[in-house]
Design a protein around this ligand. Sequence first.
Ligand SMILES: Cc1cc2nc3c(=O)[nH]c(=O)nc-3n(C[C@H](O)[C@H](O)[C@H](O)COP(=O)(O)OP(=O)(O)OC[C@H]3O[C@@H](n4cnc5c(N)ncnc54)[C@H](O)[C@@H]3O)c2cc1C
Length: 342
Amino acid sequence: MPTNDHYVIIGNGPAGNHAAYTLREKDKDAKITIVSDEAIPFYSKPKLTRYILDEIDSQDLLVKQLSSYSETGIRLRLGQEVDSINPATHTVFLHHKEEIHYTKLIIASGSRARVLPSMRPYASCLKFISSYNQVVEYKEEIRNANEFFIFGGDLVGFKFLRLLAKMGKKITLLIYPNAFWPFNLNDEMEAVIEKSLSGLDVDLVVKDDISAITESGAGYRVTTQKGKEKQVDMVFSFNGLVPSVDFARGCGLDIDHGILVDETMRTNNPDIYACGSCAQVYNPNVNAYTTSIGWPNAVVQGEVTAMNLLGDYKVIESVGRKYFDLEGVKIKTTWWEDIEEA
Ligand SMILES: Cc1cc2nc3c(=O)[nH]c(=O)nc-3n(C[C@H](O)[C@H](O)[C@H](O)COP(=O)(O)OP(=O)(O)OC[C@H]3O[C@@H](n4cnc5c(N)ncnc54)[C@H](O)[C@@H]3O)c2cc1C
């Protein structure tokens, strides 16, 4: 049955795009709009490190496995930030004061870098690698800089560290075992990582913490609690991700860290769904809501969300357990796959 529905999707990552294409497959007539604050269409975040290295250009970042937006009639609005939502009037408010009306809404706004509470006073000194926009902003600076300070250490952080080592940069890495993401490091794991990095020119700082970061010359001076001092050009923080859901707070949706959804990806509002890394999904096996990160889960969640929005009843399942190797530490995961070519 042809419809005049308008499905609006916030976010153009794997969850949002796979939701959009599944909606289009099942409903040829509906108006479908993806809104994103990013500067480019659907791209591969796992390839961002290769882009920094100039191994690939921005065209190679684009995910081409789905048909083009013009072929499918999916409207893509880039560079447009959603400020808030009013579920009562089915309205999405954009930062530039425009309003978009939806029949059904899918929130697929992903996640952003987590700033540890202890680092908030130094937030203006920190850099992150969690989106194309950020990478474009820092790319030249990274290429021209020599001394880097990395603290935390998560899956993306180690990818970045290896990249800097390949570029011949000088790196100091301060590992935060308790802020390590997605799990905390025990002493044994820390020792394995230390050994794995021993072949690289990395100044490894363990069992210590940052006491201050101050602007100094063209760069920064990082001081640790044990008195180590480092003058560096750039300071990067890799301490995991948190769901990007601030724009949805206060509108009546149930939100904890992420937007709470049931096993069908529906929120407490029947016309609003959430999927990908912004969602916290109810898991009846543990009677709790869990955030799911990683590319493969975002794809599956986007597709399942679209089918349920159209009246199907599909319960979300994890994409299956995998193991991968992080600097010698074997990680068992249901959510992350080591991807270079997504
Ligand atoms: C450098 C890097 C390497 C990675 N490598 C891997 C890997 O090897 N394996 C793996 O499984 N995962 C990897 N990931 C994680 C993976 O990319 C994410 O899990 C996945 O992209 C999440 O998909 P998503 O659709 O939920 O959200 P995202 O891909 O984050 O997309 C969300 C979109 O919503 C937009 N948005 C957010 N808020 C607003 C707003 N208010 N208004 C408008 N738009 C908004 C964002 O800008 C973004 O475009 C990596 C991530 C990074 C950053």
